[in-house]
Write a protein that binds this ligand. Structure first.
Ligand SMILES: [Zn+2]
Length: 162
């Protein structure tokens, strides 16, 4: 909770606004991933990741990412993403911008919150860039196409392009 508070404070310091009355982190137990909402985020969490410093850091990056989405994606967003169509999905070719900036800020926020070192920040960025460069799909599909096809391919791309 103390680390979450630092992440929230670093975000508020960065943006200079708190656009909600209340915000809730909803941990739902085992599973994977999370989803942002306007005034909350829902995420898989069992607490086990807190026993290992590296998995703990990954969890904090992830929580910073989901939290920052209430600014970037829920309020600052491509026009196609709002109001969100939960039945059909909301297609946009700009998801790569929204997600890319949020990933950048998840790292920056943890550094500004004092929860990671410069070396840990650079290593997380390095792994992220390496992960992209190792995916053969980047040679066959543009970022715009990948953004648009998220609803049919899933958030990590089509299996044959991973
Ligand atoms: Zn995201």
């Amino acid at each position: 909770m103390n680390d979450l508070q630092k992440i929230v404070q670093a975000s508020v310091d960065l943006i200079g606004d708190i656009p909600y009355q209340d915000y809730t982190f909803i941990a739902i137990g085992p599973g994977g991933g999370g989803i942002e909402h306007l005034n909350s985020t829902t995420f898989a969490f069992t607490g086990e990741s807190q026993n290992n410093p590296q998995s703990r850091l990954r969890t904090l990056f992830f929580l910073a990412h989901e939290y920052f989405h209430h600014y970037n994606v829920k309020r600052i967003r491509p026009i196609e993403l709002g109001p969100f169509d939960y039945d059909q999905g909301s297609r946009t070719n700009q998801l790569w911008i929204s997600e890319g900036l949020t990933v950048y800020y998840e790292y920056l926020l943890l550094r500004r919150a004092g929860l990671c070192s410069d070396e840990e920040l650079l290593e997380a960025l390095r792994k992220n860039i390496q992960g992209f460069e190792d995916k053969p799909g980047r040679l066959y599909q543009t970022l715009l196409q990948a953004s648009y096809e998220t609803w049919s391919d899933g958030p990590f791309g089509a299996p044959e392009m991973r």
